[in-house]
Design a protein. Structure first.
Length: 358
C-alpha cells in the first residue's frame, strides 16, 4: 500500500479550499503526520467517470488480456478512474487487481436477438428467453444489464426495434427484482416509447429522442448517456452502408444532424445526463475529456458537463466523491476546469485508490 499523501486545493463541487489526506488508499480530512505533499494548490475533482465504455471490446469482438489492460490504463491516464462497462464480450475481472486500472461497474454481455447486433459480441436470444438471459447477466455483472433496443434489420434496410413491448416489460421487471438496472442501446425513434414505458434506467445514445419522449424520460428520471464523440462517426458509417442500405444511411445522417439539438432539449427538460465515450470499437479509450467537452459544445454549461463526467455520475453509479473514508480517487488541476474545460487535458496529479498515477 502506498504511503500517506497530502494535497491542498479547492474541492469540487463543494468549492471549499481544504487539506485532503490519503491514508491506506482512502480519503481523510484529519491530518496525517509524515504525509507526502503531492499537490500544494489547485482544483481537486472526484475521479472522472466514463459511464459508457467497453473495456475488453475491439473491432473484431473480444480482445486479449494485455489489450484489455492497455485500454483500461488509457482510461485511467485520462482521469477516468471509474467506468461503467456498458457491455463486454470478455470477463474483465482480472483488472480488479491491477493498481493502474479504473474501478469498473459492469453490465455483463450485450443481449440481443439473433442477427440483430455485431457478431461475436452479444448473447443472442429470442424474446421469450429474454427475462432469463437478463437474470444470468445480472448475476455476472456489477448491477447493470445491457440490452440492444434497436439495430439495422437487413430485411427492412433500416433501424427497427429489437424487442416486443411485453418482452421488454418482463425483462426490465426481472432485472429490477434482482437489484440490477437496465441500460439500452438505441439510435432511432421507434423503439424508444416501449423502452421508456418498460422502465429502463438509461438510454444510451438516444439520437431518436423527440420532445414527447424527452418529457416522458424527465418524468420517470430515465438517464441519457449520449456518447457524442461516437455519434460523430454516423456520417462515415452512413457512407459505408449507403450502397446496400440507402434508407438506413439516410436515417443515420439525419440523426447525426439533430443529435446535439435533442441533447440540449433533454438537458433543458431536466433529463439526467451523464458522460460516456463509447470507447472500445470505433472510439479509442482515454477520451473521456473529449466527451465532457462535447457535452459543453452541445449546450450544457461547463460545470454541468463536468458534473456529468465526475461527481454527478459517481452519485448515479453509487460511488462516493470527496468525502471522509471514500476511496482516494481524484484528479488535481492547475486551474478551475469549470471555467475552462481544456484544463481537463492537463492534470497536475491523478490519484487512483491512493496511488499517484501521474
Amino acid at each position: 500500500m502506498p504511503g500517506p499523501l497530502h494535497v491542498r486545493g479547492v474541492l469540487l463541487p463543494a468549492e471549499a479550499e481544504r487539506d485532503l489526506y490519503v491514508l491506506d488508499g482512502r480519503l481523510t480530512f484529519e491530518a496525517v503526520p509524515g504525509a507526502e505533499t503531492v499537490a500544494g494548490a489547485g482544483w481537486i475533482v472526484p475521479g472522472l467517470v466514463d459511464a459508457h465504455c467497453h473495456i475488453g471490446l475491439g473491432r473484431g469482438g473480444g480482445v486479449e488480456v494485455e489489450v484489455m489492460r492497455e485500454q483500461a490504463h488509457a482510461d485511467a491516464q485520462a482521469g477516468a478512474l471509474l467506468v461503467r462497462d456498458a457491455g463486454s464480450p470478455v470477463d474483465t475481472e482480472v483488472l480488479d487487481s491491477d493498481p493502474a486500472a479504473p474501478s469498473i461497474v459492469r453490465a455483463g454481455r450485450h443481449l440481443s436477438r439473433p442477427r440483430r447486433y455485431d457478431r461475436h459480441v452479444a448473447v443472442e436470444v429470442e424474446p421469450a428467453a429474454l427475462p432469463g438471459a437478463v437474470a444470468v447477466e445480472a448475476s455476472r455483472s456489477g448491477g447493470w444489464v445491457k440490452l440492444i433496443g434497436d439495430w439495422i434489420d437487413r430485411s427492412a434496410g433500416d433501424l427497427t426495434p429489437v424487442w416486443p413491448a411485453e418482452a421488454l416489460r418482463e425483462a426490465v421487471a426481472r432485472a429490477h427484482e434482482l437489484g440490477a438496472r437496465v441500460a439500452v442501446h438505441t439510435f432511432g425513434e421507434e423503439a424508444l416509447p416501449d423502452l421508456i414505458d418498460a422502465g429502463v434506467d438509461s438510454i444510451e445514445h438516444g439520437t431518436g429522442l423527440t420532445a414527447d419522449l424527452i418529457g416522458r424520460m424527465a418524468e420517470r428520471g430515465t438517464a441519457l448517456v449520449p456518447t457524442l464523440i461516437n455519434i460523430a462517426n454516423f456520417p462515415e458509417i452512413a457512407d459505408q452502408a449507403a450502397a446496400k442500405f440507402p434508407v438506413y444511411a439516410a436515417r443515420l445522417r439525419r440523426l447525426h444532424g439533430t443529435a446535439r439539438a435533442r441533447l440540449w432539449e433533454a438537458y433543458e427538460a431536466g433529463v439526467p445526463i451523464y458522460c460516456g465515450s463509447d470507447a472500445g470499437s470505433l472510439v479509442a479509450h482515454g477520451r473521456v475529456v473529449d466527451e465532457i467537452r462535447a457535452l459543453h459544445e452541445a449546450g450544457l454549461p461547463a460545470a454541468a458537463a463536468l458534473a456529468a463526467g465526475s461527481w454527478a455520475a459517481r452519485e448515479w453509479l453509487g460511488r462516493p466523491g470527496l468525502i471522509e473514508g471514500a476511496p482516494a480517487d481524484f484528479v488535481v488541476y492547475g486551474a478551475d476546469p469549470r471555467v475552462d474545460l481544456s484544463v481537463l487535458a492537463k492534470p497536475e496529479r491523478i490519484v487512483l485508490r491512493g496511488t499517484v498515477l501521474r
